[in-house]
Design a protein around this ligand. Structure first.
Ligand code: FAD
Length: 355
């Protein structure tokens, strides 16, 4: 049986981010690391987007930055600025390539497709494979996006559309999201916040075609990439063990109100790297309790009152885009939290507060 000082289970976003962070800070000079990842080859399979509120290692994998965004509800559009915290999209294909090229040259890092023949008894384990038991109550953010190319110049690539609620809601919360990479290339996503109890919202191809042709009036386009995904808006079960830490989605790095996870993964990797020498002693890295609590109330409101959500998002961002961006990125101060809380419909939220 082979033994390693560290074992990362799952070489996806969190596993590779951590391996890279340890490698570039020379934390594996006298230690061995095994990465367990079933896929044989990596290719672009998702796009990670977020407001850049803190530095990360992957600026060279950014597909595009935006300093302006919009939100639509039927008949109204908010044009907003995010110049202080630009919105970034990372191409996962570039991310996988950059990390794999770098860490493959470290002779202390080993790659396996499964745990066969590996003795974990004396290793410290970083696990990114979530344990999810599906319950009909749980909320998910599920979506399908297509990157399209048009012959004519079609998009204004200075501004992205965060949420367009001008679409069928089907008793859930549904919006489209458009990231224009250039004047003739954009990622357009149909996104649902719902409990996914049936497949009736998964006619994604129809939704995208209808939106592109009827709302955006684009008829002549080619689909060059497609991504489908579902992000749990609840915490996967987590059993803390002395020689194991969960990372990524499995480690509770997702903001439940938004699904944003990428930057939290980067902050968690940094925290682990800084504490690697006494890793079994450190406190669990968590998204601040205040956000966990407020997200829980927010999702309770969303579950009970899906119809009012487009208006809530619209008004929220209009009040102070900067405060909302900082709040959704776990960086808000007390006054920014208050700005947000006061913008919520009071009675609805008070009811949710008391269950
Ligand atoms: C399509 C998509 C788009 C997203 N977009 C955004 C976004 O824009 N912004 C944002 O902040 N977040 C986004 N997220 C959420 C989150 O950032 C990503 O899911 C991110 O990839 C989570 O990283 P992870 O390492 O936890 O999981 P993953 O990246 O999924 O990595 C888990 C790895 O474990 C491997 N694995 C599976 N089973 C086993 C096993 N039994 N043993 C060993 N390995 C195994 C998988 O092959 C995979 O490589 C998105 C999620 C999806 C699915």
């Amino acid at each position: 049986m082979k033994e390693f000082d560290y074992v990362i289970i799952g070489g996806g976003c969190a596993g590779l981010s951590l391996a890279y962070e340890l490698d570039i800070h020379d934390k594996l000079k006298n230690k061995t690391l095994a990465i367990i990842e079933p896929r044989k080859e990596y290719s672009k399979d998702r796009t990670w987007s977020f407001w850049k509120v803190s530095p990360h290692n992957f600026d060279d994998c950014v597909q595009k930055n935006w300093k302006n965004f919009s939100i639509n509800v039927t008949g109204k559009t908010n044009h907003l600025k995010c110049d202080e915290y630009p919105y970034q999209s990372i191409d996962s294909g570039l991310f996988y390539k950059k990390i794999n090229e770098k860490i493959k040259s470290n002779k202390n890092i080993f790659f396996f497709q499964n745990l066969d023949g590996i003795n974990l008894r004396n290793s410290f384990i970083f696990n990114s494979v979530p344990s999810i038991t599906k319950s009909p109550q749980d909320l998910w953010q599920h979506f399908c996006g297509v990157e399209i190319e048009t012959q004519k110049e079609t998009f204004d690539d200075h501004i992205f559309n965060l949420m367009d609620f001008d679409c069928e809601q089907r008793d859930s919360v549904h919006f489209f999201y458009t990231l224009p990479y250039s004047k003739n290339k954009a990622l357009v996503e149909t996104t649902w916040l719902s409990n996914m109890n049936d497949d009736s919202q998964k006619d994604y191809d129809y939704q995208l075609k209808h939106y592109l042709e009827e709302n955006l009036k684009i008829n002549n386009y080619k689909i060059i990439y497609k991504e489908v995904g579902a992000i749990p808006l609840f915490y996967p079960s987590y059993k803390r063990e002395k020689n194991k830490i969960n990372i990524g989605t499995a480690g509770g790095m997702t903001r439940l109100s938004t699904g944003y996870t990428f930057l939290n993964i980067q902050e968690h990797s940094k925290y682990i790297r800084e504490n690697i020498n006494n890793i079994s002693e450190i406190d669990k890295f968590k998204i601040d309790k205040k956000y966990q609590y407020l997200d829980e109330i927010f999702l309770r409101v969303l579950k009970r009152n899906p119809k009012i959500m487009p208006d809530i998002f619209f008004k929220l961002f209009r009040a102070s885009p900067k405060a909302v961006i900082k709040f959704l990125s776990n960086k808000s101060n007390f006054f920014e939290d208050l700005t947000i809380i006061f913008k919520m419909p009071k009675l609805t939220f008070i009811k949710a507060l008391f269950n």
